[in-house]
Ligand binder design. Sequence first.
Ligand code: ADP
Ligand code: MG
Length: 257
Amino acid sequence: MSVLEVKNLHVSIEEKEILKGVNLVMNTNEIHAIMGPNGTGKSTLSAAIMGHPSYIVTEGEILLDGQNVLEMAVDERARAGLFLAVQYPSEIAGITNAEFMRAAINARRPEDDKISVMKFIQKLDEKMAVLDMPEEMAERYLNEGFSGGEKKRNEILQLMMIEPTFAILDEIDSGLDIDALKVVSKGVNAMRGENFGALIITHYQRLLNYVTPDVVHVMMNGIIVKTGGPELAKRLEAEGYKGIRDELGLDIVLEDD
Ligand code: ADP
Ligand code: MG
């Protein structure tokens, strides 16, 4: 079992404090969801965990099995088993999707145990079939000209190929129609197990109808204000974020006020 711990995390962007003391403990074999209004710091948390240079950690710790993640460079974090599916995947011309995934898999394997081309292709075919992706997408440049839905599906393909220990999926559901949402959920559910944990970041409850989280956290104004089970997501769907804000007496203006 692996554990990812975020302790009293404070993060600033351009000198403005966005995260104000986030605490979170995730084990493998668990799926956590973080829900929260827009602009509350959800993407900031994922960027800080992965080591985006614009996000400055001013206080607190991130530990992966007790190792200090904040001391690791971005590529070391990936090799240690962290994976981030970003809200807006970049297009990279000149490297194909397949080349990218093979390099990412091999970066996590020792020098004398690289994945063979045969094994790689076998695995790729298998995972693409699960995600209903046409074979030619493997040979296209990374995300170049992919539709919004194809990019999200491709993030899940990378997840299934790279098999990280912990995945953070930032708004993987945004802009997906219901069929694509089901496919993406199928991919995430297929990853569930002893050696995998996920943090699903979402604004909406919809995805959580297909991927049932073990733990749901509500983030507002840069901190986690409430943690519960899947019923908490249902409550948010029924009441919006207002209910929890008012219950906790928080001084926050919401988009739907
Ligand atoms: P969420 O993902 O919950 O919608 P974000 O983490 O993206 O929220 O943003 C939190 C806050 O940080 C917002 O007020 C946003 O405007 C601000 N912010 C995010 N990225 C930047 C940036 N690169 N420069 C300045 N402010 C930023
Ligand atoms: Mg975001």
